[in-house]
Design a protein around this ligand. Structure first.
Ligand code: DP6
Length: 403
């Protein structure tokens, strides 16, 4: 029996992937670019063991056994990695025939799924990365990203740390549609992120379903496809030059455009709610209050109501105070745990600058009911998947069952 455990990070796009030109191979209609967030705060962890004694492939997701054969996208990732292993075994008969063994997979997120945070990217990236370790695959990270892409498009970007582009590629078979690292996490350590978990009872339209409705019905989407290539270049330049002004404006504009094509989809798709929209206004008010006219923060939203605010480290204390003033906690114990000690025990929601500035008119942006934002997660730009070598980290016991 061979067992491997790995973790993979969440990534949040600043140029959004939305639309497929091939739904089976998961080939996108446009390039996208994301920032990899720290696994110390958010990650998916996966343990996989392979044994000749296992009678079938088995899968446990967040503590519940699932039928692995029903998950076609996961199945594609297994098929691709097993095929690569099989080739290695054919070339070298001394290798253990792992490709012929059944596997047990156990995977969990360190964040509650109920928080509505995207978990498919980190989950599928963790699966593919762990399979590659298990099978000792001799492939580049970009090659591996091509496999993860077939699990969930955005997962291909979670195989790298730092700043990551997914190049849409041109080939029909998807051979050139993969992720590449634009810059490592060490490139821009001042850039940080605050995830604002927005309470939202309703179950939204899934990305998979929503994006194809957009492709089929939105005329505005065709215009977006002409705009993204220029934005990709501008965004790469902004990152390479650590130019927060350009980075912030492009990020906000691209999030707004993505949600505009959702609204232009027929029937329309709404991902933002009142709280999300108020956070947008608040970030603009905060940027307007900047004495030198410089942008201090940028918001972005995926296919849901949660906000991710990117900002330089020096503004984070102010932003946390600002958000917690307008969106106060309901449960102080879980609302904000201050992992990087920026608030250092000071009262939350009071000390934001500049108090009384005309931008912060409570008639325009009211203080919301406690709990409208349920959690604030302060995080940083960080590394790609990690291998956890210690037995203690394994999610499976010696019998190959969940611990
Ligand atoms: C809005 O990667 O979840 O988060 O490929 O169908 O699994 P599938 O979709 P998914 O879509 C993510 C869309 C997005 C934007 C992004 O992450 O770029």
């Amino acid at each position: 029996m061979k067992t491997v455990t790995c973790t993979a990070p969440v990534n949040i796009a600043v140029i959004k992937y939305w639309g497929k030109r091939d739904t089976e191979l998961i080939l996108p209609t446009n390039d996208s670019l994301s920032v990899t967030l720290s696994q110390d705060i958010l990650h998916s962890k996966t343990t996989i063991s392979a044994s000749k004694d296992y009678t079938q492939d088995r899968l446990w997701l967040n503590g519940k056994e699932e039928d692995i054969t029903k998950n076609r996208r996961m199945h594609n990732c297994f098929r691709e990695t097993r095929a690569l292993r099989e080739k290695m075994e054919q070339a070298d008969s001394t290798l253990e025939p792992l490709s012929t063994y059944n596997v047990h997979v156990c995977s969990e997120n360190n964040f509650p799924t109920a928080a509505g945070l995207a978990s498919s990217a980190s989950g599928l990236a963790a699966l593919v990365y762990t399979l590659a370790q298990l099978f000792d695959l001799n492939v580049t990270v970009s090659e591996l990203s091509r496999i993860a892409r077939q699990g969930s498009g955005s997962a291909c970007r979670s195989l790298f740390g730092g700043f990551v582009a997914w190049e849409k590629g041109e080939a029909k078979d998807g051979s050139d549609s993969m992720a590449v690292q634009v810059a490592p996490e060490s490139h821009w350590p001042e850039l940080e992120a605050l995830v604002c978990v927005v309470s939202d009872a309703k179950k939204g339209t899934s990305s998979t379903e929503g994006m194809q409705h957009t492709v089929q019905t939105s005329p505005l989407f065709q215009e977006r496809l002409n705009i993204v290539p220029g934005r990709m270049e501008a965004m790469k330049k902004a990152i390479l030059e650590r130019d927060f002004q350009s980075f912030a404006e492009l990020t906000m504009r691209d999030s707004n455009q993505f949600h505009s094509v959702c609204l232009d989809t027929y029937p329309p798709i709404f991902y933002l709610n009142d709280t999300s929209r108020a956070i947008i206004q608040l970030v603009h008010a905060y940027n307007n209050s900047s004495p030198d006219g410089k942008l201090k923060a940028a918001y972005t939203y995926d296919a849901g109501s949660n906000a991710v605010i990117y900002a330089p480290k020096e503004n984070m204390r102010e932003i946390i105070q600002l958000i917690s003033h307008y969106f106060p906690s309901q449960d102080a114990a879980t609302y904000f745990t201050d992992p990087y000690n920026v608030i250092a025990g000071a009262p939350l929601g009071q000390d934001f600058v500049p108090q009384g500035h005309a931008s912060f008119n409570e008639k325009v942006i009211p203080v919301f009911a406690p709990g409208s934002v349920s959690r604030l997660l302060h995080t940083k730009v960080h590394d790609g998947p990690r291998i956890l070598a210690s037995e203690d980290d394994s999610l499976l016991n010696a019998e190959g069952l969940p611990k």
